[in-house]
Design a protein around this ligand. Structure first.
Ligand SMILES: C[C@@](CO)(OP(=O)(O)O)[C@H](O)COP(=O)(O)OP(=O)(O)OC[C@H]1O[C@@H](n2ccc(N)nc2=O)[C@H](O)[C@@H]1O
Ligand SMILES: Nc1ncnc2c1ncn2[C@@H]1O[C@H](COP(=O)(O)OP(=O)(O)O)[C@@H](O)[C@H]1O
Length: 286
């Protein structure tokens, strides 16, 4: 068991954007078959792990809205402990900076960072493939964060092919609503029969998100954010929302748009990343 302390030593859990999202069909278990493109952004939650020798897993700080036992960090640590039979424990402190229910994957990313960090700190040595499989049991988005590469995603989002994309600046706007992923996927009006496309079609401009119609109907705040952002560039929805984003070639132009975001909406500018900062952090430790 390796020691860890202090916030400077915190592990990053980056957000993702879905640069497009197609829904191809529904599986017998109710989950939907997707095609999507994941890219990370440099905006992160931060998580501090303090290993303990007594086997106890506890969350000592984190979002008040999420009870510790339901927190994906705690659930990920328990899953790893059970899977490996490891006798170590950990105190987990989550500094939440990503909006929840925003389609930025913060909860899934927190789970992935927990798996990768504890696999190192507890010296369980499972490695990426097994951690990604374990993560999939916690959420469809967890494997991409474990693997840490921008990717073309199929299946429920777990069949991942790493890709290299331009790394532009994004303005991300988060309207004040919390979208339930489950409710969007359960909506009878959801498009579920999109024909599959190739990566090159995405690269030549097929960037639709099949959740858009249902999300904007259920959440007028998302429709308003898309309409506002549309004046600055091509406005897209990430995942099931609520966040929307647009691409900028330069940080300055993204910052200029940020200054005009209407009051009441959270927004930030962040660079797109093909490699998750989680892996840089792991390399720095090793
Ligand atoms: C839609 C996506 C796109 O990246 O992102 P978000 O908007 O949630 O960030 C993801 O596939 C979400 O992944 P994640 O947030 O981990 O979803 P999960 O916890 O596994 O599932 C939440 C619920 O959404 C539905 N669900 C999720 C993924 C999927 N491929 N088909 C589904 O039908 C299921 O009803 C499930 O109970
Ligand atoms: N550490 C965590 N951070 C965020 N959400 C969490 C966490 N643990 C559990 N959750 C639950 O997961 C839900 C989805 O959160 P999040 O991943 O941020 O949104 P999305 O799936 O829309 O990207 C939250 O509403 C919350 O109930």
């Amino acid at each position: 068991m390796r020691a860890s302390s202090a916030w400077q030593q915190a592990w990053p859990a980056p957000a993702k954007l879905n640069l497009m999202l197609r829904i191809l069909g529904r599986r017998a278990d109710g989950y939907h078959r997707l095609q999507t493109v994941f890219q990370f952004i440099e905006r992160c939650d931060l998580i501090q792990f303090t290993p303990r020798a007594d086997g106890v897993i506890e969350r000592v700080g984190g979002p008040a809205e999420v009870p510790p036992e339901q927190d994906l960090t705690v659930r990920a640590a328990r899953a790893l402990q059970e899977f490996t039979g490891c006798r170590d424990g950990v105190a987990i402190d989550v500094c939440k900076r990503l909006p929840m229910g925003g389609g930025l994957g913060g909860g899934s990313s927190d789970a992935a960072t927990t798996l990768v960090a504890l696999d190192y700190l507890w010296e369980t040595h499972l490695g990426t493939d097994t951690l990604a499989d374990l993560g999939l049991q916690l959420g469809a988005d967890v494997p991409v964060f474990v693997r840490g590469s921008a990717a073309w995603g199929e299946g429920v989002g777990e069949a991942l092919t790493p890709i290299l994309l331009p790394e532009p600046w994004y303005l991300v706007v988060c309207p004040p609503c919390h979208v339930s992923t489950g409710a969007v996927f359960a909506d009878p009006d959801l498009t579920r029969d999109s024909p599959p496309i190739t990566l090159s079609r995405f690269l030549s401009g097929a960037t639709e998100n099949d959740c858009l119609a249902v999300v904007t109907r259920r959440y007028p705040e998302v429709a308003a954010a898309l309409a506002w952002l549309g004046d600055w560039g091509e406005a897209r929805l990430t995942g099931t929302g609520a966040c929307v984003f647009a691409t900028f070639a330069a940080s300055e132009s993204a910052q200029e748009a940020l200054m005009h975001v209407p009051e009441g909406w959270t927004a930030f500018v962040a660079r797109g990343l093909n490699r998750s900062p989680l892996w840089q952090r792991l390399n720095d430790s090793s």
